[in-house]
Design a protein around this ligand. Structure first.
Ligand SMILES: Cc1ncc(COP(=O)(O)O)c(C=O)c1O
Length: 485
């Protein structure tokens, strides 16, 4: 994901786009008994059916030789279910090696659900969230366009079958060469937030349409995107006036409320801001034809840093957006179309990783505490880039809780970490430990859910020699198109 995070700044080395990942398109095995089918909704990994989630600290005695250090919380998260979980589970069960799996049916259903919530709003999928050809192609076939952040993304969207008229250049940061290349590829809609950028668009993409991104506070989001992008309302007026003078069409306004936005109030404020600026522009004789509400809609199945379900109020968000759209239509002097640029909301919950246990260890910390560490075969640099800001639901299918009528085995609270020699490659261990099977052994499969967003694009090209995960796209009823790339 692009942008300044409100939490830690991403390390640059993880930003290398994955191009070498092997692509396979498989038919998910038809549903036999689900290996986790006796796992009730709300039941956590390592937790017996019907057993209440254990949110208490580890009852095992801990030795603290230098006073009592603050105890990290230990959670065994609630287990949400998604309508298409069964397809992913079947594919995870069938996988014999590490890979990331995308459920195309699930992504399509998510897209359809979004359109039902926000009828008439055009979707430009933020392809940075999942630059996977099959995903782009299936969304394109349903009518989605793409929010592209670079000429390479524009090329990928075109290859996947997205019509050029449904692709815009949504990155406010671009060089002259980027603009000229996008123009050559046929793009005529550009995001902007500065006079310098508008002047460059006028030279290198003459006659194009521009939409100006307004800054938002980013409050309420896990990643605020508030510093690097967007301008003030006053500057937006100057920028769109300058665009008009330079022969461009001042076509719209945009916002981004911050990624994994958790509050409906953020949408409320953004929509009020948009209404005010539309009014000012209209009074200056600038009539817009669209408003772009950006990304920010949340994933539903991820957990916070401490392992608690995030539970975003999506129904309220949609209600606020519907009302705000209506209000904007009323205040605008010109008819407005509305666009949305969802990224994670469409794909996060429909992607899962099959990884394996590298090692479960126990070591004494400098504080004197005994601490378990569960090292996985994948982490921040090969699939779980956001692991320092959130946690993913984990399942250990060969351990008790996932076995039909199995008896839960013992669990231990552990810091979950990736395989590299980098200490950032771990969950935020000062905050939240995860209960994992005490008997977890090297090689045991681990299923990691709701990690379909910002995974493939944020894998390094082999940091520490750990290669990017191959990916597979699955459907319940039919093979997805494609082959090896
Ligand atoms: C311009 C733009 N639009 C949309 C998105 C997608 O955001 P999200 O994944 O939070 O929906 C991003 C993410 O960085 C972005 O930069």
């Amino acid at each position: 994901m692009s942008g300044t995070r409100t939490g830690r700044t991403p390390t640059g080395r993880a930003g290398t786009a994955l191009r070498s990942c092997r692509q396979t398109a498989e038919r998910a095995p038809r549903q036999g008994p689900d290996p986790a089918s006796d796992q009730a909704p709300g039941q956590a990994p390592g937790q017996a059916p019907g057993q209440a989630p254990d949110r208490s600290p580890d009852p095992a005695p801990r030795r603290a030789s230098h006073g009592t250090p603050p105890q990290p919380s230990v959670t065994t998260p609630r287990q949400p279910t998604f309508p298409h979980d069964s397809t992913l589970r079947a594919a995870l069960a069938a996988a014999t090696d590490d890979r990331i799996i995308y459920d195309l049916d699930g992504i399509e259903a998510q897209y359809a659900a979004l359109l039902r919530e926000l009828p008439g709003v055009g979707v430009r999928f933020a392809l940075k969230a999942c630059p996977v050809d099959e995903v782009l192609a299936c969304l394109a076939q349903l009518g989605a366009g793409c929010d592209a952040a670079s000429p390479h993304e524009i090329e990928q969207a075109l290859r996947a079958g997205v019509p050029i008229g449904r692709i815009h250049y949504g990155n406010t940061v671009k060089s002259d060469r980027n603009i000229a290349e996008a123009y050559r590829l046929g793009v005529r809609d550009f995001a902007t937030d500065s006079l310098a950028d508008v002047a460059a668009i006028a030279v290198h993409a003459p006659g194009s349409r521009v939409f100006c991104r307004l800054a938002t506070s980013g409050e309420g989001a896990l990643w605020g995107l508030s510093r690097k992008f967007g301008c003030s309302p006053e500057d937006a007026v100057l920028i769109l006036e300058a665009a008009r003078t330079a022969g461009l069409t001042p076509a719209g306004l945009s916002v981004h409320v911050g990624s994994q936005q958790m509050t409906s109030e953020a949408w409320q404020s953004a929509l009020e801001l948009l209404a005010a600026v539309v009014g000012t522009l209209n009074r200056r004789g600038i009539l817009l034809d669209h408003v772009n509400l950006g990304g920010g809609l949340p994933a539903l199945g991820v957990l916070d840093k401490r392992g608690r379900p995030l539970d975003p109020p999506v129904d309220k968000m949609f209600a606020v957006i519907r009302e705000g759209v209506q209000r904007l239509r009323e205040v605008s002097s010109s008819p407005l179309d509305f666009l949305l640029e969802p990224g994670r909301h469409l794909v996060a919950d429909h992607g899962a990783i099959r990884a394996h246990v590298a090692r479960l260890t126990a070591r004494r910390e400098p504080s004197g505490e005994d601490r378990h560490w569960l090292y996985l075969s994948c982490g921040k640099f090969n699939g779980l880039y956001e692991m320092d800001e959130l946690q993913y639901r984990l399942e250990f299918p060969t351990h008790a809780a996932a076995r039909p009528s199995g008896t839960p085995g013992a669990t231990v609270p552990a810091v979950v970490a990736g395989p590299t020699c980098d200490s950032d490659d771990a969950y935020a261990h000062e905050d939240g430990l995860v209960r994992v099977p005490a008997a977890a052994a090297s090689g045991d499969p681990v299923w990691i859910f709701s990690c379909g967003a910002y995974a493939t694009a944020y894998m390094t090209q082999g940091f520490n020699g750990f290669q990017p995960l191959p990916y597979t796209c699955v459907r319940a009823g039919a093979a997805s198109p494609g082959g090896s790339s």
